[in-house]
Write a protein that binds this ligand. Sequence first.
Ligand SMILES: [Fe+2]
Length: 314
Amino acid sequence: MIYGRLLAGAREFIIQAAQPAAVEYGKITDLCDLTSETLKTNPVLLNYAAFSTADNYLYAHTANVIILSQGIALDLGLPREDTRLLSFCAMAHDWGMTEVQELSSKKEYLTDAEFTRVALHSEAGSAKLDTMPDIDSGLKERIKKIVCQVHERVDAKGYPFRLSGKDIDLLAQIIGTADVYEAMTHPRTWREALNPPEVIKLFLEQKSGPVFNLKILKALIHTLSIYPPASLVALSGGEIARVLKPRKGSLTRPLVEILLDAGFAPVQTALLDLYEHPVRDAIARPVSLAELKGKNPEFAAGLESSRWWPEGDE
Ligand SMILES: [Fe+2]
């Protein structure tokens, strides 16, 4: 199973942060080629980016950021070599987080002092790449730069150097956008996940000027739609459904699976292609996890536990 292989690769890579000299660049890019090639013909792989890993969120987070970055790259028509470089940098983007692991599993929001420590992970991750043996120095410098710039933002409010749009490597901007989308749509120990359409809405609002490159944002939305895979929605008839597959060419008419009736009571699940039934059914609104929990806590708990990737299934 291709997602399982990527996840196993991400797990191994994160563990290797303790001994970066052991990492083989070619092995990582070969693994990432498998997923980028698969995405070209089978976008269902994007659905797997909804999984989380219970033992260490970094494993699935890393695999998911790779897949989402590759989805953006595909939509932008990035050359193959750039996609390989992008994929490796996505794999390495949180390597520095392994040094502040205790903070990433805290149950409360970080204090300012702790946030300052976490913010150092970009440079720490970049520095770890110095000891990788099998990359030529020119390529290594570009990789280090990209990894270091993932948290820079177009509006110059990112870190560590508060660079502005034109000074941030395009590949770092792609990974940065995928990283935020992934993080917000997955739970952390101190907060719950947001429903994907809520995150897309926040991205589109970007009230005080663009935070992300609009070309990249457009590619993300073109790839995932307004209702990305795993979105929870209410249909015009009132039923509650989960998005299975966005439809290329229609941002609002994905394939969905109906899970609950209008009163939030479980029904026999059924697939419904909203593209094929444009008159009868449409998405009326997203349904937040909080609303689902309020109406049917048992079902909400089951749905939440289905996001954990089964351990050992790699
Ligand atoms: Fe990240």
